[in-house]
Design a binder for this molecule. Structure first.
Ligand code: GLN
Length: 279
């Protein structure tokens, strides 16, 4: 038997390959891909280092390792990503939910909103923000929109699987199909990267849809549009909350203030960088 077929050897092989591809989490990636192939959890992997793989398992594993080595995001290969306390289905039609966006969820939960708040999420992608809020606040009524029909389908599927029917997902180009004008909170992680940003050529971003990442006017176009238009869709005493780039805080605060919003406040992400502004 080829000794590579033992789990511990297979992981060693995969780790080296994946690290050569530039991943900073090569060991974790190797383990996650193997769990995916074997349908087992992490603990089982650790307990069975000498377990032999079948030919088919080994071939499938090598294929996934090769995709990862070439740079394909682990979330797209696995078709899933953890966000908040939820496991979300993801695919290449949407942005991969980031831990930093959990700050947005945390901050929204900390607002003083009515027990039965009405919330609108713009550009929901996988549904991450809306579904995380729904999982914490079952009484909230949440609308989530996305421009992309495939994203709408994905978010609807996630809502169904996670049994969070209070989230209604529909297709809309920002506010184009939004009919209600009495939201307590409008929340969004819009595209905010400038087209010339070099980061677009690095890591997971190379594989994610540019429509979910890049905005005109140095990344401010969609933030500006959302902040400007939200006023027409809100109750009195309500909130708008957006994620933005770490260097965009001052300008985003300025946009909020220019449009007449009060109580403008920026929060930092886990790396202590400006990430969320609300007003
Ligand atoms: N935070 C993401 C990144 O910089 C971008 C997400 C977005 O454009 N909304 O990788």
């Amino acid at each position: 038997m080829n000794s590579n077929y033992q789990l511990v050897k297979a992981i060693q092989y995969a780790r080296t390959q994946i690290a050569q591809g530039g991943s900073e989490s090569a060991l974790l990636d190797a383990q996650l891909l193997l769990q995916h192939i074997l349908g087992c959890d992490r603990q089982w992997l650790y307990m069975h280092p000498e377990h032999p793989m079948t030919d088919t398992e080994w071939d499938s594993y090598r294929e996934l390792v090769e995709r990862r080595r070439k740079g394909e995001p682990i979330a797209y290969i696995l078709g899933q990503r953890e966000f908040w306390s939820l496991t979300l289905d993801v695919n290449a039609t949407t942005l991969i939910p980031r831990p930093d966006t959990e700050r947005l969820v945390e901050a929204a939960l900390a607002l003083d909103l009515p027990h039965t708040a009405k919330v609108l999420e713009l550009g929901t992608g996988t549904g991450a923000i809306a579904l995380a809020l729904a999982s914490e606040r079952p009484e909230w009524q949440i609308d989530a929109v996305d421009y992309s029909a495939q994203a709408v389908q994905l978010a609807q599927g996630n809502g169904k699987r996670l049994k969070l029917p209070q989230v209604t997902v529909f297709q809309s180009d920002w506010f184009s199909e939004v009919k209600q004008t009495d939201y307590d909170l409008i929340i969004s992680n819009p595209p905010y990267i400038a087209a010339e940003d070099m980061h677009l050529e690095q890591g997971d971003l190379r594989y994610e849809p540019h429509s979910a990442l890049v905005a005109a006017d140095k990344g401010f176009a969609d933030l500006d549009h959302i902040i400007s238009c939200s006023r027409g869709y809100l109750k009195a005493q309500s909130w708008v909350m957006v994620e933005h780039g770490f260097a965009q805080g001052a300008k985003v605060r300025e946009i909020f203030t220019e449009k007449g919003y009060k109580k403008v406040n920026t929060l930092t992400d886990y790396a202590n960088l400006d990430r969320v502004t609300y007003a």
